[in-house]
Design a protein around this ligand. Structure first.
Ligand code: THU
Length: 133
């Protein structure tokens, strides 16, 4: 599946974001090895620090569905007029399941889609020696 299509799905699911505190919707679409796409949104909490990002929400959902073989991720932030890249915590969590050449795409509402890789976003893979790879 094209990253553009994956990004469209991420943009659609951003409408399901639960983000009453930041009012910043985020959608993530994770392409799995079986061709299916697992979606995630950010889910905030009145205890602010407990919010979870869209990327991690998609990863947790996929693993819960028995899907652990990921091929690409797209992240959409329709409330920004520029592309917003995955946060540091999400990069760390993604790195558990993604190789250096894993495609990552992200974009905001301005129509630009940044296409990069896990290796570019997270060149020094923290604690990689514990990942068993
Ligand atoms: N957020 C994500 O879901 N993913 C990102 O990559 C950036 C930040 C969420 C966290 C919080 O709910 C809101 O966006 C504002 O930071």
């Amino acid at each position: 599946m094209e990253l553009e299509k994956l990004f469209e799905l991420a943009t659609e699911v951003a409408n399901r974001s639960y983000s009453p505190y930041s009012k910043f919707r985020v959608g993530a679409a994770l392409l799995c090895g079986d061709g299916t796409v697992v979606l995630g949104t950010n889910v905030e909490n009145r205890s602010y620090g407990l919010g979870i990002c869209a990327e991690r929400s998609a990863i947790v959902t996929a693993l819960t569905q028995g899907k652990g073989d990921f091929r690409a991720i797209a992240v959409s932030t329709p409330d920004s007029d520029y592309p917003v890249s995955p946060c540091g915590a999400c990069r760390q969590v993604l790195s558990e399941f993604a190789s250096k050449d894993f495609p990552v795409a992200f974009g905001g509402a301005d129509g630009r889609l940044v296409k990069t890789t896990m290796g570019e976003l997270f060149p020094f893979d923290a604690l990689h020696e514990l990942a068993g790879k």
